[in-house]
Design a protein around this ligand. Sequence first.
Ligand code: FAD
Length: 316
Amino acid sequence: MAEILVLVDHADGEVKKVTLELLTKARALGAPSAVFIGSGYDKAAEKLAEYGAAKVYVAEDAELDGYVTAPKAELLAKLVADTGAAAVLVPATAEGKEVGGRLAVKTGSGILTDAVDVSAELVAEQSIFGGSTVAHSKVTKGTPIIAMRPNATAPEAAPAAAERVDVSVELTDAAKLAKVVEKVVLPKGDRPELTEASIVVSGGRGVGSGENFAIIEKLADALGAAVGASRAAVDAGWYPHQSQVGQTGKTVSPQLYIAAGISGAIQHRAGMQTSKTIVAVNKDEEAPIFELADFGVIGDLFKVVPQVTDEIEKRK
Ligand code: FAD
């Protein structure tokens, strides 16, 4: 069975959920081989085995930690050449897409981004044009590189050997040009990361102020969700930019997306419309978000959201 290379997304060996999703998808396409780059492999090994990595190519090197895309692309290019892999799966995160793009140039291959599914024939289902269209696409040149959106696949465990194969690559001067000089860890709190969360509660201009975001946060905490925001709320300075959902913010695809006081502009939809279930709370029954919502509540969010939060807390 041909190998499917899966780029492991991790932080100091802490494997991100999207990697487990990619391994689950890779099992349906061929023999999944994880590619671990950076430090902390001991922490990652068990998870990669649990989710079906037959092999793990390990380049354990602290210099390759973090957002260093050129060396990662060089290493993957070497592995593609050495293994004759049938495809490479990378997460459709900012870093994953950059590594994938560089890899495509290096290997002369096609890349498909923002895939929400991929068939055994390597036909990818892509959410394109800001999410307004679904395309079915196939790479016809080189080794297909597919960037899969986080939360597109439900991760399923299927233990495998995860045989460790150490690899290294002689980096070109060009790959050494960019270095991480400082890492700024943003306060994260106990909430899940926005693009990884299975539930997201977002607030928009209707929330009215930064202080009022507390009611969005309370609902999020009752559900174990991440907090998102529309650009209007971010531009007003009510919530940080890293929480913005949409065309110029983050793309999320959770099981449940709750939009409170958000009108549903096309640029906001671009970042959330592949969510599995969408609930909208808006006092304007004509708000475009209701065209998209699976469940809509026409009402004042200052009444609806706290009531929902109380109800959820009671049932815990
Ligand atoms: P509004 O459109 O003002 O909607 C507020 C909603 O709240 C209204 O529907 C109102 O009925 C409702 N409301 C008010 N009070 C209450 C209440 N008490 N209870 C219930 N409902 C209430 N936007 C993004 O979100 N993300 C992006 O990444 C993004 N990128 C953009 C890129 C470009 C190039 C451009 C031009 C725009 C972009 N935008 C983006 C902006 C986008 O066009 C909208 O302006 C923005 O999404 C509107 O945010 P909103 O829905 O919070 O505000």
